[in-house]
Design a protein around this ligand. Structure first.
Ligand code: SAM
Length: 336
């Protein structure tokens, strides 16, 4: 085991109490806004991360199956884009299931830095990865990837490659996705490769089913947001008074997830009385669907060049290998 591999800590930013206050502030701001909304990053406490894992195994949820098909088919080509001795930085790593394809193929990786907001789930995944890949330094970072965060010191001087699978990029508004790609450019640096998984526009019925599974796991995942607000902020949402809604908004090319109030009700949250009309919804997530061209244009606008694009046999999902030729689009190098 290398010295780098032994240096394995979860960097927790911010502290738990600061994170709880930020959660409370975002929840109150979102529930007092019109229309009501909550940021999707709050789906992911330990319960939410476990539920997401179950979603990835559902027959209707083609996204994981198709992306794994692409990664397995092109593992060698993708691994060849990662420089020898590099640190692989993954944004929103979850269970790192897809990363295992790269960890097993890119043999000369020095370090893997999974970055995720779900700190406890991340800690457990890093433990398993350390046993499976003892020669790669596992350096998990618990952080919000959309904000500035510090990378472990030991990877500062290593070449870096980025990985952002799961079409998590689709959860951003397109202008936020472009801002995120510029932010990632600053973290990864000049010459970096960034492997990004992007879900594609397709038959709305296929999309509809993927977010309305017959076992109701996606509904539980969505409702866990209210359960989490109850657990962590002492609110008293009755989960059976809300219903999961997911539909394709063709005009905006996105799946929208909402929680609909089944009746007129008032819920006290952090000292605020939140009133719901019957049928009123809380907008909890968007999942934008791109074409190969529209995502390529978005990446180009953020300073990335497309080196390669792969799709699965049904053209449901795509994996883009982006290259940063000239350094970050705004010319600044972020100290990671
Ligand atoms: C759609 S899941 C994808 C998980 C995994 N990468 C995959 O492809 O199956 C999104 C992941 O990103 C994490 N996540 C979501 N928003 C985040 C944020 N703002 N900062 C850090 N992690 C975030 C979640 O905890 C979750 O693990």
């Amino acid at each position: 085991m290398t010295a780098l591999a032994r240096k394995a800590q979860v960097v927790d930013t911010p502290s738990e109490s600061a994170a709880t206050s930020a959660f409370a502030a975002d929840v109150v701001a979102g529930l007092t806004a019109t229309p009501k909304r909550l940021p999707p990053k709050y789906f992911y406490d330990s319960v939410g991360s476990e539920l997401f894992e179950r979603i990835t195994g559902l027959s209707e949820y083609y996204l994981t199956r198709c992306e794994l098909e692409i990664l397995n088919a092109h593992a060698r080509e993708i691994a060849d884009l990662v420089p020898s001795g590099a640190a692989l930085i993954e944004f929103g790593s979850g269970s790192s299931t897809k990363t295992r394809v790269l960890l097993s193929t890119a043999k000369s990786l020095a370090a893997y830095v999974p970055v995720d907001i779900s700190a406890e789930f991340l800690r457990r995944q890093a433990g398993s990865l350390r046993q499976e890949y003892p020669t790669v330094a596992m350096l998990p970072v618990a952080a919000d990837f959309s904000k500035p965060f510090s990378l472990p010191e030991s990877v500062e001087r290593l070449p870096r490659a980025g990985f952002f699978p799961g079409s998590t990029i689709g959860n951003f508004e397109p202008h936020e996705a472009a801002a995120f790609l510029r932010h990632a450019a600053r973290i990864l640096g000049r010459g970096a490769t960034f492997i990004v998984g992007v879900d594609l526009v397709k038959d709305p019925q296929v999309l509809q089913k993927a977010y309305n599974d017959s076992e109701g796991v996606t509904a539980r995942f969505n409702l866990n947001l209210l359960a989490r607000i109850n657990r962590e902020l002492g609110a008293k949402f009755h989960l059976d008074a809300f219903e999961h809604h997911a539909f394709f908004n063709r005009e905006r090319s996105r799946i929208e997830m909402h929680l609909a109030s089944l009746k007129r009700q008032r819920v006290k949250v952090c000292g605020e009385c939140i009133d719901f009309r019957a049928g009123e919804t809380i907008h909890t997530e968007n999942s934008y669907k791109y074409s190969l061209e529209s995502f390529g244009a978005l990446a180009r606008g953020a300073g990335w060049t497309t080196a390669a694009v792969w799709t699965d046999a049904d053209k449901y999902f795509s994996v883009h290998a982006l290259r940063l030729q000239d350094g970050p689009a705004d010319g600044r190098a972020e100290k990671a």
